[in-house]
Design a protein around this ligand. Structure first.
Ligand code: NAD
Length: 460
């Protein structure tokens, strides 16, 4: 039964009641919920694949790589480490606090709201739900209405597998979300564009609710002088074409030295041929664009530069061929906006310093990539480029490392999750100190004297 807008306050009150009576506290309950997420995924793989095929034409292997396996292994990882993460974390107590002990005690926040985006409609809903439940919270989940079939499937499956006293799914678009955001949550994790990110943050401010904003941006990819062009071309072509470029951490554009520009473009072309054959628009291994609005937006970029590869579109099928653009102006729309589709501008820069200067003049990206053989280039790139995530000699693959916190910086977002960072994101790290009653050192108590002050300075 869909949850009606009029019932949102009662839904939240029920969840809060469940939280306050301690439903989500036992680690056994949390482990059971994480196992249930694993079962949801493994027992419904064909239905999930069908939903993603309907929404995005996502190839089955991409469903596995980009949604199922990532979420499954994240759930297992959290389940196995739950005891360790939730244990009190001892910290040292300085001399003035002696005799005493101090520790950090993670505690759940309460009822959290998770808002997903349409491009990875399973991963972006269940991925944040894992740390939210592992940390012992109740949650309201709001999938993106734009991936409508996947949203309906999540709304059907989550109540079947997870404890309904702790997790509810609300489906809907702007009207429903606006209503939902009027309520007081204890944390909101939002994934999507910056425009709505501001709306979410404004609504959260009314209740002083903390937010995690998982946004996007233009993730640069630098191909350094002397890089292995074949390997760079293969990996960045894969990362750009996965889900037809509709990936928040896809390489958005490439910066390359002038002498390597043509060889790199030829290498990308032969990788495209090897991966998708000559009929790339018709390839079953290449997803389509989510809807007409995004198709029109992307088709509009095609004349922002010279088409070096591709450029064909299939309007009726909402498909855009993998396309490489050169000679794009820095102020053209394709270089001002996040592309979020299979169009790759390749821009010549003199050297790594110019590439870094180009990147740091712009908003801080969600991801940055460098292909290089040089340790010095690697060091300079890591030191000088501020970005949410960074990967050397590959793209996207940091997503497979659970203990790397994932999230943006500046305009690409705030707050991180995955692994223990996710557990901590959905926890309050309560600071606790325990003092012994004896011996009592009277230095801090009045009457103050010169001797007490001298002694205090000695103990720091
Ligand atoms: P979207 O349209 O699915 O919107 C995201 C969420 O906001 C949805 O749940 C939607 O219902 C809600 N929403 C939309 N309009 C709203 C409004 N006016 N008021 C309240 N809620 C509203 O997704 P999108 O914004 O098109 O997502 C694409 C962006 O998301 C890209 O910038 C991409 O880079 C970014 N993204 C980031 C990540 C990440 O993990 N950092 C992952 C995927 C996508």
């Amino acid at each position: 039964m869909p949850i009606e807008q009029a019932d949102y306050p009662a839904m939240l009150a029920d969840l809060r009641h469940g939280f306050q009576r301690g439903l989500t506290r036992p680690l056994a309950w949390r482990r059971q919920q994480l196992s249930a997420i694993e079962s949801l995924l493994t027992e419904n793989e064909p239905r999930i694949a069908a939903a993603l095929a309907a929404d995005l034409g996502k190839p089955e292997q991409e469903v596995y790589m980009g949604e199922l396996s990532l979420v499954l292994s994240e759930a297992r990882h959290a389940r196995k480490r739950l005891r360790r993460w939730s244990r009190p974390r001892r910290v040292s107590t300085p001399m003035v606090g002696q005799p005493g002990r101090s520790w950090v005690q993670p505690e759940p926040l309460g009822v959290v709201l998770i808002m997903g985006a349409w491009n990875y409609p399973v991963q972006l809903v269940l991925g944040p739900l894992i740390p939210a439940l592992a940390a012992g919270n109740c949650a309201v989940v709001k999938p993106s209405e734009i991936a409508a079939v996947s949203s309906a499937l999540m709304a059907e499956l989550i109540p079947q597998y997870l404890d309904n006293d702790a997790v509810r799914v609300v489906e809907g678009a702007v009207e429903e979300t606006t209503e939902l955001l009027k309520l007081r949550f204890d944390h909101i994790l939002y994934t999507g564009g910056a425009h709505v990110g501001r709306i979410v943050m404004r609504a959260a401010a009314e209740h002083l609710t903390p937010v995690t904003l998982e946004l996007g941006g233009k993730s640069p990819c630098v191909v350094d002088a002397g890089a292995d062009l074949k390997s760079a071309a293969r990996r960045l072509t894969w990362g750009k074409c996965l889900n037809a470029g509709q990936t928040c951490i896809a390489p958005d554009y490439v910066l390359v030295t002038p002498e390597q520009r043509e060889p790199l473009i030829r290498a990308i072309e032969s990788e495209l041929e090897a991966m998708y054959g000559s009929d790339r628009l018709g390839s079953a291994d290449f997803a389509r664009i989510i809807n007409r609005h995004h198709f029109d937006r992307l088709a509009g970029y095609l004349d922002n530069g010279r088409v070096a590869i591709g450029g064909q579109v299939d309007e009726a099928g909402c498909r855009i061929e993998p396309t490489v653009l050169t000679d794009v102006a820095a102020d053209s729309p394709v270089m001002r906006e996040e592309i979020f589709g299979p169009i790759l501008p390749v821009i010549a820069v003199a050297d790594l310093d110019e590439a870094i200067a180009y990147i740091i003049r712009r908003d801080k990206p969600l991801a940055a990539y460098l292909f290089t053989r040089s340790r010095d280039s690697q060091r300079r790139f890591v030191e000088q480029v501020s970005t949410g995530n960074l990967c050397i000699n590959d793209v996207l693959m940091f997503m497979s490392v659970h203990e790397l916190p994932f999230g943006g910086v500046g305009m690409s977002g705030m707050g991180q999750y995955h692994g223990r960072a996710g557990f901590d994101r959905f926890s309050h790290l309560k600071a606790v100190m325990k003092r012994s009653r004896f011996p009592e050192v009277p230095l801090r108590f009045p009457p103050y004297t010169a001797l007490k002050q001298r002694l205090l300075k000695m103990v720091g």
